[in-house]
Design a protein around this ligand. Structure first.
Ligand code: GDP
Ligand code: MG
Length: 439
C-alpha cells in the first residue's frame, strides 16, 4: 500500500516535462501524505521533508543528472536513511534469544530463522521455553520437524530458565534459538523472566519480534524491551499484510536499534535479511538506485525524443537550452538528445559574461529575427544594429549566430538522418562517456 502510493507520487514527478521548485514542493506534500498514512511519525516526516527540500533545491547536484533525476536520487536516499540500515547476520556458531509480545510471530520466526541458517549449512537447535501457552511447545516441535532442526525442551517444566539451564549443555548444534513466552504487555513478570533467561543463556543475539501492523508504537516497544534485555536487533513480522510497516520500520530505526530481519508471510521461507535499500527499492518499484536512475533516464529520453521532433529551434529556445546546460549540465534537454559529444564543448561552457552578452543581443533582435536568424546573415546592417543595441562587437554577434547555426545543423541532421539518430540514441542508452559508472 505504501509502495503503491509512493510510486504514484513519484510518477507524478517523472511525468512532468520540467521540474522546478513548485514540482519539488508538491512531491514533498505527496510524500508527507503517504508516509503519515503509513503511520510514520509526524516529526520524522517533517524532518525528512525538510531534508529533501534542502538537498533537492539547494545543493550537491551531480553535473550529469537533470534536476528531475537529482530529486529522485535525493528522495530515494532520504527514504533509505529514514528506514534504517542494512543487516549482516553472523554465520558462525551462536546463540539467539527471541522475545516479544503475544502473537507477534516469535514461534513462527524461530522456524524461519532455523530454515535460514540450515540453508546456509549450519545445524540448528530450537529450544521451547514458552511455558505459558500449553500448545506453544507442540507448535515449535512441529515446526522443528518441518525445517529439520533439533527440538529441545523439558515437558511439564513451568520455569523457563530451568529449561534453558538443563538443555543447554546437551546441545551440539551450531545455532541455538530460544523461543520465549509473550504477554499482552511487557509487565514486571515478563521482564523478570526475560532477564533470567538472558543470564542463563548468555545469548549472542537478542531479537525482539514485533508485528509491523503496530506502526510507530514499534519504536516505544523496542525501547522498553531494550531496557529489560539489551537488544541486538528487531525482527519486524507481517510486513506482507500491514499498511503500517513503514511506520514500524522508521520508528525502530529512529531509536537506533538495528532491524535484523523482516517477515513477509507465514511460511518458513518468508523471511529476509533486512536491507533499507532493498526495502525502499521495492516500495518505489525499482530494485536499486541504478535501476531507478535508469528508469528516469528512460522516461526522460522518450520525452526528449518527442520534444526534439516537435521543437522549432529559435534563438530563444537555443538560449534557453544554453542556460539549462549551464545550470544542470549538458545532459539536460536537447543537448542530451544530440549527445553532448557531438555538440562543441565550448558551446556548453559559456561564461557568465558571455551569457549576459547573448541575452543583451537577443533583446536587441526583432521577433522575426529571433524566429528566423538567417535574416541577420542576409542583411549585415541588422547585425550592426544588434551589436550597437547590445553594446557588443559585430564579431560577437556573428559568433553567437555561428553557434546557433551549428546547433541547427545538428538538430536537422537528427531529425532527418535515421542512422545518425540511432547512433545518438544508442550512445545515450549505453551511457554517454563520463556518465556511466557514476553510481
Ligand atoms: P507468537 O505468539 O509470538 O509466538 O506468534 P506466532 O509465531 O504463533 O504467530 C502468530 C500468528 O502470526 C500466526 O498465525 C502466524 O502464522 C502469523 N505470522 C507470523 N509471522 C507472520 C508474517 O510475517 N506474515 C504473516 N502474514 N503472518 C505471520
Ligand atoms: Mg509462540
Amino acid at each position: 500500500m505504501l509502495g503503491k502510493k509512493l510510486r504514484e507520487a513519484l510518477a507524478r514527478l517523472t511525468g512532468r516535462a520540467y521540474v522546478d521548485e513548485d514540482a519539488v514542493k508538491s512531491l514533498i506534500k505527496d510524500l508527507q501524505r503517504v508516509l503519515i498514512a503509513s503511520d510514520v511519525n509526524v516529526r520524522l516526516v517533517f524532518a525528512l521533508s525538510k531534508k529533501i527540500e534542502e538537498r533537492s533545491l539547494k545543493s550537491e547536484k551531480l553535473e550529469a543528472l537533470s534536476l528531475k533525476e537529482h530529486v529522485m536520487k535525493v528522495v530515494y536516499e532520504e527514504l533509505v536513511r529514514l528506514m534504517g540500515e542494512s543487516y549482516n547476520p553472523r554465520l558462525d556458531r551462536h546463540k539467539i534469544l527471541l522475545c516479544g509480545l503475544y502473537g507477534s510471530g516469535k514461534t513462527t520466526t524461530c522456524a524461519k530463522l532455523a530454515h535460514f541458517y540450515k540453508t546456509r549449512g549450519l545445524s540448528v537447535a530450537l529450544v521451547g521455553a514458552d511455558v505459558d501457552r500449553p500448545a506453544a511447545q507442540e507448535q515449535l516441535e512441529q515446526l522443528s520437524k518441518q525445517v529439520g532442526a533439533r527440538f529441545y525442551t523439558i515437558k511439564g517444566e513451568k520455569d523457563a530458565t530451568k529449561i534453558v539451564k538443563k538443555v543447554l549443555p546437551e546441545i551440539r548444534e551450531d545455532i541455538i534459538i530460544v523461543d520465549s513466552a509473550g504477554r499482552n504487555a511487557l509487565d514486571a513478570e515478563l521482564a523478570d523472566e526475560l532477564k533470567k533467561i538472558n543470564e542463563e543463556l548468555r545469548p549472542d543475539e537478542v531479537y525482539l519480534v514485533l508485528s509491523g501492523d503496530i506502526g510507530q508504537i514499534a519504536g516505544r516497544q523496542a525501547e522498553e524491551f531494550n531496557k529489560t534485555v539489551p537488544l541486538t536487533g528487531v525482527i519486524v513480522t507481517k510486513m506482507d499484510g500491514s499498511a503500517k510497516g513503514g511506520g514500524a520500520l522508521s520508528a525502530v530505526a529512529a531509536t537506533g536499534t538495528k532491524i535484523a530481519f523482516i517477515g513477509l508471510g507465514e511460511k518458513i521461507n518468508d523471511l529476509q535479511v533486512y536491507s533499507a535499500e532493498k526495502f525502499v527499492g521495492r516500495l518505489l518499484g525499482v530494485p536499486d538506485i541504478e535501476g531507478l536512475m535508469e528508469k528516469i533516464k528512460e522516461a526522460t529520453r522518450e520525452q526528449d525524443i518527442k520534444t526534439i521532433e516537435s521543437e522549432e529551434l529559435t534563438i530563444e529556445t537555443f538560449y534557453e537550452q544554453l542556460k539549462a546546460a549551464k545550470k544542470m549540465g549538458p545532459l539536460s534537454g536537447i543537448f542530451s538528445m544530440l549527445g553532448a559529444s557531438d555538440v562543441p564543448k565550448e558551446m556548453l561552457q559559456q561564461s557568465e559574461q558571455k551569457m549576459k552578452q547573448y541575452e543583451a543581443m537577443i533583446n536587441s533582435m526583432t521577433k522575426e529575427e529571433r524566429k528566423n536568424p538567417s535574416l541577420l546573415r542576409s542583411n549585415p546592417s541588422r547585425i550592426t544594429r544588434v551589436a550597437r543595441g547590445s553594446g557588443c562587437g559585430e564579431k560577437d554577434v556573428r559568433e553567437f549566430l555561428t553557434q546557433f547555426e551549428r546547433m541547427e545543423k545538428l538538430m536537422n541532421r537528427f531529425k532527418r538522418d535515421r542512422s545518425f539518430r540511432s547512433k545518438i540514441e544508442k550512445l545515450i542508452k549505453g551511457g554517454m562517456p563520463g556518465i556511466g559508472g557514476i553510481f
